[in-house]
Design a binder for this molecule. Structure first.
Ligand SMILES: Cc1ncc(COP(=O)(O)O)c(C=O)c1O
Length: 366
């Protein structure tokens, strides 16, 4: 059986190093707000090229905390609007509504699956304070046009970089393209922890300080609370494991790129739409390899019968979820069609060439 993502295999590649660092952490007796988190934050900031990195408990919190910090700093207030892609994982939208901000959804580009920059301006109102861009499936969404728009309307650009660590746009890493960026280190992400973990990167010192305090009960100094904060910290054990894996992220992303290139050149099936290979291969780290077909159920069943696990990212768009009844009446036809047609094929740094050939063989046969 070819698993969708073999997490055991992915982590066992680094077994010796990870076990040593975790054991050292265990024996140190220091489990929170210590050297491991500090060290990982420094290395992450350095890798991204950003001035600050703040470890937090998960990716949703990373995004929630960025927006909450903008509210605490008086840059945003409850009721303000944030532009966000309609075609995203619901966490991007949750981070906005959780802060009493209003998510304003924008349709994606049909080829890249990412927000259609040409459709943003018509959604901007005097209440718009930010754009949350989501580098969905690992593909960068950024352009001069987007940058100009944010400048013209004085909007904060927040990156949801949960899926695209290691991707670059014109030499700049995702996580350093906007004003602040949220990362998820959920185990299945390209840089995955051994449980929940996340981070924020930014070049804005004031914002970084505010987020660090907010994630620690609103305090930068023990027992002195400046904000009504929460508890959302990256623990030492997760930081230790992540710090080991960060060293290998570029090599692991490269393997994903090689597999994606093979899929794109060798899959030949007229009923399947393949994802687009960006002109600059640095713009995609292939967190997910997502194909489209009107025969999704049939194809997924055929894969299952042939021992290949596939998944759907995602079956129901945020605006059609029970959680957002106030948006259920909205119509986003491109988003809805994508959700009806997408199927994710296995892609990971530990897949063998034979695994890839097997999958290509199946898809070319149906
Ligand atoms: C696009 C996107 N945003 C946000 C998140 C939330 O991250 P987490 O699961 O770490 O809370 C995820 C992953 O689950 C994601 O894929």
């Amino acid at each position: 059986m070819i698993k969708f993502l073999d997490l055991q295999k992915i982590n066992l590649v680094h077994q010796e190093e990870i076990e040593k660092r975790i054991l050292d952490t265990f024996r140190s007796g220091w489990y929170l707000l210590g050297n491991e988190a500090k060290n990982f934050e420094d290395n992450l900031a350095n890798y991204i090229g950003a001035k600050h990195a703040i470890g937090v408990a998960n990716g949703l919190d990373a995004l929630r905390l960025i927006l909450r910090a903008y509210i605490e700093l008086g840059i945003m207030q409850k009721g303000d609007e944030i532009i966000v892609p309609a075609n995203t994982y619901i966490a991007s939208v949750l981070a906005i509504s959780d802060n009493g901000l209003v998510p304003v959804l924008v349709e994606p580009d049909n080829n890249t699956f990412n927000i259609d920059s040409a459709k943003i301006e018509e959604k901007i109102t005097p209440k718009t304070k930010g754009i949350m861009i989501v580098h969905l499936y690992g593909r960068v969404i950024f352009s001069q046009e987007l940058k100009n728009l944010a400048e013209k309307y004085q909007l904060k650009t927040i990156e949801d970089n949960a899926q695209a660590i290691g991707a670059q746009y014109e030499g700049v890493n995702t996580g350093n393209l906007g004003d602040a960026s949220g990362f998820s280190f959920y185990p299945g992400k390209n840089l995955g922890a051994l449980g929940d973990a996340g981070a924020v990167t930014t070049n804005d010192e004031e914002l970084a300080k505010t987020i660090r305090a907010l994630a620690n009960y609103g305090s930068n100094q023990k027992y002195v609370n400046t904000f009504q904060g929460l508890n959302s910290r990256l623990d030492e054990i997760q930081a230790a494991a992540l710090d080991v894996k960060l060293k290998y992220i570029d090599a692991e992303n490269q393997r994903r790129k090689d597999i994606a290139r093979r899929y794109i050149s060798e899959i030949k099936n007229p009923d399947i739409i393949l994802p687009e290979l960006p002109k600059d291969e640095k713009e995609h780290v292939w967190h997910l390899f997502v194909i489209r077909t009107q025969e999704r159920e049939k194809l997924q069943n055929f894969f299952t019968e042939n021992g290949v696990q596939t998944l759907i990212h995602y079956p129901i768009p945020p605006h059609k979820q029970g959680a957002y009844q106030e948006m259920n009446h909205l119509s986003f036809p491109i988003t809805e069609k994508i959700h009806d047609e997408v199927l994710s094929l296995p892609i990971s740094p530990v897949m063998t060439d034979e695994d890839v050939s097997h999958i290509i063989g199946i898809i070319n046969k149906i």
